[in-house]
Design a protein around this ligand. Sequence first.
Ligand SMILES: *Cc1c(COP(=O)(O)O)cnc(C)c1O
Length: 353
Amino acid sequence: MIDTSFKITKTENSKISELDFNNIPFGRAFSDHMFVADYKDGQWGDMRIEPFGNFSIHPANIAWHYGQSVFEGMKATKAIDGTPMLFRPEQHSIRINKSAERLCMPAFPEDTFLEAVYELVKLDQDWIPKDEGSALYLRPYMIAMDEFIGVQVAKTYKFIIFCCPVGPYYSNAVKLKADDKFIRAAEGGTGEAKAAGNYAGSLYPAKLAKEEGFDQIMWLDAKDHKKIQEVGTMNIFFVINDTIITPPTSGTILKGITRDSALQIFEANGYKVDIRDLTIDEVMAAGKDGSLQEVFGTGTAAVVANVKEIGYKGDSITLNPDNYKVSPFLKDTINGLRSTRIEDTYGWTVRVV
Ligand SMILES: *Cc1c(COP(=O)(O)O)cnc(C)c1O
C-alpha cells in the first residue's frame, strides 16, 4: 500500500454529472481534483490534492516570458473488472526529471510523483471512461514561478497534475509533409525534453503544412534536412521489406514511452526490428519500389497514427493503411494490456486499489 504524505481536500461539488461520457471533448473536460506542490528555498513543500481550480499568477511570472516549463502526458485506464490502471508511471516520473534538468529546473521526487498520481487517480476514478481505448489523460507539469523580469534560473516552481477524461482517441490516417526548411530539434538543443517551447516553435511550420493540404510534419535533421526524426509530436516507425525501422533517440528525438513499449512488444513477438537512421530519400525510394509497407507514429494519446501519404519537395508517395498489420497489432496490444484483456507479461501495469 502506498502511504500519502500530502493533504487531500475533496471537492464539495463534483462536476461529473456534467460530463457526457459518450461524447467527451478532447482536452476540454477536467476532473474534480488536482495535485499541486510548491518549490521554494531549495525544496518541494505544501504538497496537496485539492479541488480543480484556477491559479492567480503574477504578470511577471518568469515561465510566461522565458519558458521554463516542462510536462508529461500519461493515461489511467480501467481494467475489465473496473480497477483503475496505470501504465509505466515511473517512466513518466523519470522523464519529467530529465526534461527538468535540461531546463535547469529542480527534480520532483519519484516516490511522491507516483503517490500523487496514484492518489489522484484513486480519488477521480469515476472519471475514467470504461471503453477500451478511452482513458483519463493525466497532465503532470512543472513551471517556474518567480515574479521577475530577467533571464535567469528561477528559484521557485509549481508542480501540478490535473486530469482530462478522453474518449477512444481515433486518429485518421495522416498526410505528412517531410519539411526541408523548418526543423523541430537540432543536436545540442532541447528536442529530447518535453519542454513547452518545442511545441510553440512547431506551430508555424505546421500551419504552413496545413495550408498546403498536409495534416502533420515529418521532421528532418537540422543539418542536412535528410535524416528522419519524428512525426508531429509522435515517434515514427517504418516497415520496409518486413523489417520494422525506427531512428535512434540520440539527442534530437523525444524518448517516447510508447516507442520503447513498441520495441519491446515487437521483440517479444518475433518481429525483425532495426534501430537505425534513415533518410527521406530512402523512404521515398522504398515508397516507389513497393518495399515500403507501413509508416506510423506512436505516442500516449493516440497509441498509433497511421500515415497514408508523404510529400517531399513536390514529390509524393502513397500508402494503404487498410493493409497495415504491424501498426494495428501494436495498438491492439497496448490497449489490451491497459484494459487487462491481454495478460501483462512485461510488468508495465499498476493497479490502483
Ligand atoms: C510526448 C512525445 C512523444 C511520445 O511520447 P510517449 O511517451 O510515447 O507519449 C513523441 N514525440 C514528442 C515530440 C513528444 O512530445
